[in-house]
Design a protein around this ligand. Sequence first.
Ligand SMILES: [Fe+2]
Ligand SMILES: [Fe+2]
Length: 247
Amino acid sequence: MILTPEKNKNLLETLIEFAYAEYGSAIEMLAAAKKTNSAKLKIGYIYHALDEYRHTFLILKVLKNQIENGRGNFKKHYKFNPQSVIKKGYVDKEGFLVEKLSTKKFVEFVYSNEYLAQEAFDGLKKNINDIQSLNIIENITEDEKKHSDDTIETLDDIMKDELRHHGHAKNFYLKTFPESKIEMAFMREKIKNKLRLFYYKNIKFLTKIIDPIIHFIIFCFGKVVVLIDIPTQNRENLLKINEKSVL
Ligand SMILES: [Fe+2]
Ligand SMILES: [Fe+2]
């Protein structure tokens, strides 16, 4: 995963966001594979994409397990819709990361965000572990226990992959840009990651306030426009001659 989603207090909502983030990364990796001229890198990116597709599937399985364990009800938007990856901002419709960033910046981004992803999965695992230990007190069934163990095993499996992706990016970076300081790049990307989450969190909040104001201004402007009298030489109002006219 290369774009860590916002943490949500609701476990199921967090899981569906993680699934989209993984799917977005898979697509970004395919775009990177398409762009590079190096056969070795092409194969590396394709394997990375396959891992991210697999992670999407695994996260959706975890989501299903959690619902079956009674951690909440299934909601319509938990049904995975590939197109939502753009709407949710995990893939930018203006272009892929590999097209927008230099190779150096792209590798810095992957290196840093794969590590942050591993940390995010660790947080998710702790969260699920906490819920599970609470439930053990309340007599967990055999099936529920199996689902919970499956979930932890799956998250461990994904975390191993993310660390491996992080390691590959590091090796490539150190070999290609030996002069650059990778830890500085990591700090920079970590801050950017936090700002991005802050932006997405607040933009949702701000649009709730700003959108009605904009609609109100447009509404008022519409009312004023109808009152404007644009006379022709014959003193006719052009707006009234043809209502469909854009003038
Ligand atoms: Fe990854
Ligand atoms: Fe991943």
